[in-house]
Each structure stands twice: as structure tokens, then as C-alpha cells.
Write a protein that binds this ligand. Structure first.
Ligand code: FUB
Ligand code: ZN
Length: 665
């Protein structure tokens, strides 16, 4: 079933899954009916949309998108200048990729024609030698590949290649793929170790993961080799960016504000095998790791896999928010030190959590380990979908765990921490990234290793998989993520022996599994319980997960979360909003043994589980009037019932305070 079944642990081809899940179908429909048309309007500067800067920074271009117009100018169909970020092209590519996945769920001829016309436009914009980049073609052709630290040329190329593969897989549009191959060949002829070639790499990783995908579609070894070159070259010659900068000196910066970034920002401070810690720009790091994990898998590179494991461990054990957000600072949109996880100045870019999912999935291709899927689920249900309003037309670039509107308004250090989701951003990397992830969710649900199908995500669906060369339908039925019972129906056609690995999420200490009504006692191994048997038509498995309400604590080294708890139920992290609980959420305290209650509210947020508990709220006594400090004053509290909503739902009502970590008694 996999496009190229190099080993037995194959990825699952997208057209083999049909999602019927209530929770995710809504999102997939939202992508199709709202996000894709809405984003198309934005890319064409239509629709009267207000574009906000993602943070206070004069240099952010935010008048319009101009992304399609840039292609028309590069194609010679229009006159004018390039407008927007140097990587504006990637917004179109991610949109195109989302269209491809969406067409796979719901074939829409009009949309396909529109996407075909975009491919035609790209063909015109592509230069004779395969080069494709509107900024450099229009504005500075002589600077092509001359300032890779900033230029994003290979980043944009990578996004096109990903889009082309998706589009080709779904529609069989050969032109899309041939533009991608021409582009990759152009890169191949310019980069490498041979004399005359550029021995360097892009400041923003992306081409590496795209080339690994291109290899899998075309079976052309040169693409895998080029990906390996970029990965292994990174950080070996630490003078590369500086040398390019010197040769390019006197010219205007390609991106203002990127002049003085340390090499670790680009993960170019050391060779990748020597990088022990997740450092620098968070999206770059996870895109790098995504590529490393895929290339390690494809070329059976154990050293590279070991490097992935080290970086993964550092992220999830020391640098990840409970929501699956990563990146602790706005400065460089970057990781900081271990356990530095501030809740109200964090970055947690939507793209970074999406990249973490890509990384997790590629690790799952390498090895059976439920914890990769746990992180995938954590990011997906929390930091990722909080990146979008429930209307599919407003987006967060960063996903805070604590917001005080006044501070965001007045503190320049919190200008990136928005209280409501804007309609679009000057730098619009996140919204189309969300669209492509949500519409391709089916890709992440299963992995197959040898004769076992592993379930990474519980999503109601009908999936056709191939084990031992035989087609098997695996159907999931559930009301997950709100309920913990998931029924699997197995339809092998003829009886066949194989394993079905059921992930036991880290949050579900208690669970039960029944096979055809009889309780199974298999011991979990590496996060999965595997039922191995000869499956017959209509065999049924029920897994029942613990959907109790839980309070979680952070490692005591996380200074910002000390003496606080976060409330969780199933895969969801919950939060408090001012709308339900009044202002000054920091004064609320959760008593130790209070009983939480849960209710599914069909009216709220289109249906969502709400949690309530009797808590205490500190009262502000009269003595505090006009005083900032008082000596030896007793604290007084009033009891108060408080309401938690799922974190992803926050900021869908009136603007106000929000917090995930709540003080505990
Ligand atoms: O540089 C391209 C994209 O813009 C990055 O991935 C995001 O973090 C944003 O900086
Ligand atoms: Zn982004």
C-alpha cells in the first residue's frame, strides 16, 4: 500500500482511510468549506481581511498577501514588484497541499480546476533551469543562492515539492510533479561536494524532508542523496553563512532582524550528530528532525536515528509545554534552556507543534514506541487546534498558556501574545500549515511494522491496510475524544494472522480491552497492547480508556508552574477563562480533594466537555486599597465554583484572561 515499501514498516497511503469521526470530520469540513476558500481570497488580496503583524515590529510586511500576484509577476503575466516576506511563496504551496488532501476526502472539480490553474501559473513562473522563487526571480536574480542564511529559497522549494507530491498522489497531475523534479534537479546541480557546487544549506530546514518524500515517490536515489548531503553538511563548516554574508556585503538585508542570529538559531553550530539539545528556532529544529527521522528510516542510518532520539528526548522531557507547544521565547521564535517554560511570554508557534507531529510520525516509522504517538496526540488536540478559531477564519500564531489582556496590550515583550485570533498575519506560515495538517490527519493514524498494525491515533474511520500482502479493513467506531470506548471491527476478507497494536495513552493508567467480548490480558509493551491472533471477518475489539478528570503537575524545576496544577481529561488540556470565572484568574486556588464534575455541553463551542469544581478565590481586602505591599496580612478566601473549558476552545467568546496552570491549595 505504501508508495514505496522499502521496509516492512510502511507509512500508510492517504487514500486508504475514510474519517467519519465527529470531532475531526468537522475540522476536515472546515478546511474544505471555510479555510481553503478563505485562504485563497487572502492569497489573492480579496475579501477585505485585516492583516495583523504577529508582533510589534516595523519591518513586518502586513499590507496585503500578494502571494498569487508575485507568481503572476514572476511568470511575466503582470508587471510590478514582489511584496511580502521572501518566503511568501510558501503560503501558496501549503494552500495547494491542503487542497490536495481535501480533494482526497471530497472530490470537487471546481477546486481541482483552480488548483490546476495554480500549477499552470507555477510552470510559467519557473525558470528554464528549474529555479522557482518569486522574490529572487523578480527582484534580485543575481543574488540567487548567495545568502542562504536568510533567503528561504530551499525552504520554499521544499514546500513546493511537498505540495506537488500531495497533489500528484491525489490527482495524478504529472505537471505538478515534473515542476517539483525540475526544481529539485536545479538544486541538485547547484549544491553538493563536487567542485563548483555550493557546499552549504538553507537557513531554514525544509528541503531535506521534502527531498526524502520526493525520493519515495520517484524512487530516484539522487533526491535521497541530496537530502543526506544537506543534513550531514549542516554545521560542519561553521563559516559558511559568514562567508556568504561577506561576499554579499553592501547589499540590503533580505530579512531585517536576522542579521545577528547565532548559528544555533539555524541548528548550524555543530554537525547534526553532535547536537545534544534542541536549540534555536523551534520550527527549524523540528523540520530538521522530521527530515533526519525520515532519512534515518529510508537509509537505515542508525547514527542519525540515535541523534533523533537524543533531540526528541530533550524536547519532550525538558522543553515542551503540557499543551504540546514548543519554543519558549519570541526572540528568535526559539527554544531556551531546559525547564524554562514561561506561560505568558512563551512562543508555542502553531507551526512548531505541527512540526513536532511530523517528527513524531517519522519516529514512529522507525520504531514502535507509543510515547511518540502520545506527543502527537498531545500537540494535535491542544496546541495545534488552538491555533484556529472554531470558524476556521481566525488564527493564532503563538499559543499562550496564560493571558492577561492588559499586559499583552502594554508590554512590548508580550506584543506577540494575542488575546483574540487575528484574521491573518504578515507572516502567514501557520494558517495554511494548519489546513494541510488537518486535511491529512489520516496519514498519522496507523503505522505498520512487520505483521503488526499499530494504532497511533483513535479516530473513527474505515481504513484499508495491507499486512503480509493482504488487504485488511480496520474500522474504528467511537465518540472519542469525549468518550474513551473505541470499537475496532476487523474485516480481513479471508482469515489472516497479524497483530493489532492498541496505544495505551500515557494519561490512561486504567484501561480494559475485550476481543469478541472476552477480556484480553496482554501486557503493554512500549506503549501498545498488541493482540496477535488469526483475525476473521467481523472480529471486534473494544478498548476502554480512562476518561477520568486528572490534575497534572509540572517538574519542580519548571519555575513558572510550581504549586500549580493543570486539569486534563482524555487528550485534552483544560483552561480557565474570564468569561466563565471572572477576572483575576491568578487568585483562584484548587483545593486538594475536591471532586471535579464533567458535563458535555452540546451548545457550547459546537459541543464540548466542560469541567467544574468548587475552588477558592482569594479576596482582596480593604487594606490593599492604594497599597502595593503590606506586612503580615492574612489571606482571605471565598469559595467559588469554577469552570474549565478545553484549551483549544479558548478565545472563541469575549476577549479576557485565560490560564492553564492554576494555583493549588
Ligand atoms: O521563516 C519561515 C517561517 O516564518 C517560520 O517557519 C516561522 O517560524 C516564521 O518565522
Ligand atoms: Zn507558523
Amino acid at each position: 500500500m505504501a508508495l514505496i515499501d522499502i521496509k516492512n514498516s510502511s507509512p500508510v497511503q492517504i487514500n486508504d482511510v475514510k474519517i467519519t469521526d465527529k470531532f475531526w470530520s468537522k475540522y476536515i469540513e472546515l478546511v474544505r468549506t471555510e479555510m481553503i476558500p478563505y485562504q485563497w481570497n487572502v492569497l489573492n488580496d480579496q475579501g477585505n481581511i485585516t492583516i495583523q503583524k504577529e508582533r510589534n515590529d516595523e519591518t513586518i510586511p502586513s499590507e496585503k498577501s500578494h502571494a498569487i500576484e508575485n507568481f503572476k509577476i514572476a511568470a511575466g503575466l503582470k508587471e510590478g514588484n514582489h511584496y511580502g516576506w521572501v518566503f511568501q511563496d510558501s503560503d501558496v504551496y501549503k494552500w495547494l497541499e491542503a487542497v490536495a488532501y481535501s480533494l482526497n476526502h471530497y472530490y470537487d472539480n471546481k477546486l481541482k480546476k483552480l488548483a490546476d490553474s495554480v500549477i499552470d501559473l507555477l510552470e510559467l513562473a519557473q525558470e528554464k533551469d528549474g529555479y522557482l522563487n518569486t522574490y529572487f526571480s523578480i527582484e534580485e536574480p543575481e543574488r540567487r543562492f548567495k545568502k542562504l542564511a536568510e533567503s528561504h529559497e530551499l525552504y520554499c522549494a521544499g514546500h513546493y515539492i511537498e505540495a506537488a507530491i500531495a497533489y500528484y498522489n491525489v490527482t495524478k497531475n504529472e505537471k505538478a510533479l515534473s515542476i517539483a523534479c525540475k526544481l529539485a534537479d536545479c538544486i541538485d546541480s547547484n549544491f553538493g561536494t563536487k567542485p563548483g557546487k555550493i557546499r552549504g544549506y538553507d537557513g531554514h530546514e525544509e528541503i531535506e524532508l521534502a527531498l526524502a518524500k520526493l525520493y519515495q515517490v520517484t524512487k530516484e536515489n539522487k533526491y535521497l542523496e541530496l537530502s543526506r548531503f544537506f543534513l550531514y553538511e549542516r554545521g560542519t563548516d561553521t563559516t559558511f553563512f559568514d562567508r556568504q554574508k561577506k561576499e554579499d556585503s553592501g547589499k540590503k538585508p533580505i530579512i531585517e532582524g536576522m542579521k545577528n542570529r547565532p548559528l544555533s538559531y539555524y541548528q548550524a553550530h555543530k554537525p547534526i550528530l553532535e547536537q545534544e539539545e534542541a536549540e534555536g528556532h523551534a520550527v527549524r529544529l523540528v523540520y530538521l528532525c522530521t527530515a533526519m527521522a525520515d532519512v534515518a528510516y529510508l537509509s537505515e542510518d542508525q547514527e542519525m536515528l540515535e541523534a533523533c532520539r537524543r533531540l526528541w528526548k530533550n524536547i519532550v522531557e525538558k522543553k515542551m509545554y503540557i499543551t504540546g507547544g514548543i519554543g519558549s521565547t519570541v526572540d528568535g521564535e526559539a527554544f531556551t534552556s531546559d525547564y524554562d517554560l514561561p506561560n505568558d511570554t512563551m512562543y508555542c508557534e502553531t507551526c512548531a507543534s505541527i512540526g513536532l507531529i511530523f517528527f513524531a510520525y517519522n519516529m514512529l516509522k522507525n520504531e514502535v514506541k507509543g510515547s511518540y504517538a502520545d506527543v502527537m496526540e498531545r500537540a494535535l488536540y491542544n496546541s495545534v487546534i488552538s491555533g484556529m478559531a472554531l470558524d476556521g477564519k481566525h488564527f493564532f500564531y503563538v499559543n499562550p498558556l496564560e493571558v492577561t489582556p492588559e499586559n499583552s496590550a502594554k508590554d512590548p515583550g508580550k506584543s506577540h501574545v494575542k488575546v483574540t485570533r487575528p484574521e491573518w498575519f504578515g507572516c502567514a506560515c501557520c494558517p495554511p500549515n494548519l489546513a494541510r495538517l488537518l486535511s491529512s490527519l489520516d496519514k498519522y493514524m496507523y503505522t505498520i511494522h512487520d505483521d503488526t498494525i499499530y494504532t497511533n491515533l483513535y479516530v473513527e474511520s474505515q481504513t484499508s491496510l495491507e499486512v503480509k500482502g493482504i488487504k485488511v479493513n480496520v474500522n474504528q467506531k467511537s465518540n472519542y475524544p469525549w468518550d474513551g470506548d473505541i470499537t475496532f471491527n476487523i474485516e480481513p476478507g479471508t482469515p489472516i494472522a497479524f497483530g493489532l497494536g492498541l496505544r495505551i495513552p500515557e494519561w490512561s493508567k486504567k484501561y480494559k480491552i475485550y476481543v469478541n467480548g472476552i477480556e484480553a490480558n496482554e501486557i503493554p509493551n512500549k506503549g501498545f497492547v498488541t493482540i496477535f491472533r488469526e483475525w476473521k471477518q467481523n472480529d471486534e475489539i473494544l478498548i476502554s480508556l480512562d476518561m477520568g478528570i486528572q490534575t497534572w503537575s509540572a517538574n519542580p524545576y519548571v519555575r513558572d508552574d510550581l504549586n500549580k496544577v493543570a486539569v486534563k481529561r482524555g487528550p485534552f488540556v483544560y483552561c480557565l477563562e474570564e468569561e466563565d470565572n471572572g477576572e483575576n484568574l491568578h487568585l483562584i486556588m484548587i483545593p486538594k480533594d475536591e471532586k471535579f464534575t464533567y458535563n458535555f455541553d452540546t451548545q457550547l463551542f459546537g459541543g464540548a466537555g466542560v469541567i467544574k469544581v468548587n475552588a477558592k478565590k482569594r479576596t482582596i481586602q480593604k487594606e490593599w486599597e492604594n497599597k502595593l505591599y503590606l506586612q503580615d496580612i492574612d489571606e482571605e478566601y471565598k469559595s467559588k465554583q469554577i469552570t474549565f473549558i478545553p484549551y483549544y476552545c479558548w478565545a472563541n467568546r469575549n476577549p479576557g484572561e485565560m490560564r492553564v496552570w492554576v494555583a493549588k491549595d
